[in-house]
Design a binder for this molecule. Sequence first.
Ligand code: ADP
Ligand code: MG
Length: 313
Amino acid sequence: MTLAHSVILKIQNISKLHGHFKALNNISIEIKRGEIIGLLGPNGAGKSTLLSIISGASTSTTGTIHLTGEQIQPGNLQLRSRIGLVPQDFAFYEDLTARENLIFFGQLYGLNGTTLANKVNEILEIIGLDEIKNDQYPRFFSGGMKRRLNLGIALVHSPDILMLDEPTVGVDPQSRNRIFEAIKKINTTGTTIIYTTHYMEEAESLCDRIAILDRGKIIAFDTLENLLTLAQSTINFTIKNDRHENFGLLRKNLPSLKESTTPGSYSLTSCKNPTPEIINFLVNGQIEIINLNVDSPNLEKVFLTLTGRHLRD
Ligand SMILES: Nc1ncnc2c1ncn2[C@@H]1O[C@H](COP(=O)(O)OP(=O)(O)O)[C@@H](O)[C@H]1O
Ligand SMILES: [Mg+2]
């Protein structure tokens, strides 16, 4: 096994109880070095609770977490410092400039001199605050800039794993893209990323693998491509010069095809994307298509299929 594919984080049977309420229910997943992992789930699913336990800031009721073979425990500060957490709330000082904040947190981790200065410059470059903003106070920042500074602070100690807790809540689309760019840049240097969100589009566009969390349980964990096979796609199309034999032929080839009340209009719902098969059939039979649209699967539909509920309330 190459280093690039080695397991960096092994989460085994993690449960977290608040009284009788199970915030996390027997979570077991393995994350490989260099992956971007999405943790997707609705509000209250347990995302923040899991990140807090991984970071070592809080303990689980049962289960263990190993970082490259060593068990994470609250008292093991050296091991915990290999993980960076970008919390949902802002964790910087309003009365220090962006640069001063990074210097302050760098010093807390024992950095100084040119090492610290270089690190701070490197981070300011990654989070993409412009040169004027670097030396301004965060109260002059937009929501997106504050989010990026929050992200920068989690990078000062060069963690092996960077965890981000819903880092785009309340930011505009442009800022969201800049946060995405920063995450991708950080990942190219080998940092493993764990990204929690309740926006399926973010998990779809950013992550190598996605764990879907619902009511404290991981209900699926796979690549986007594999997850999408869990939901169905529907194709709707209308053909010209509808004749009875067209429908007969179509039906023979595609038994689950449904004819709508509009003459010549059909729909087909299937787990396997039926589009190529239908288009081939229509083209080969020289049947003219008037319109055709595909309702493709997405993570929202996957969630609905698995839980019977919507990802967004
Ligand atoms: N200290 C606590 N006491 C009781 N319940 C809690 C506590 N912390 C979190 N919870 C509950 O645990 C569940 C998971 O919370 P959380 O991890 O914050 O979810 P998410 O981050 O996915 O929105 C929620 O139902 C929340 O109300
Ligand atoms: Mg949360």
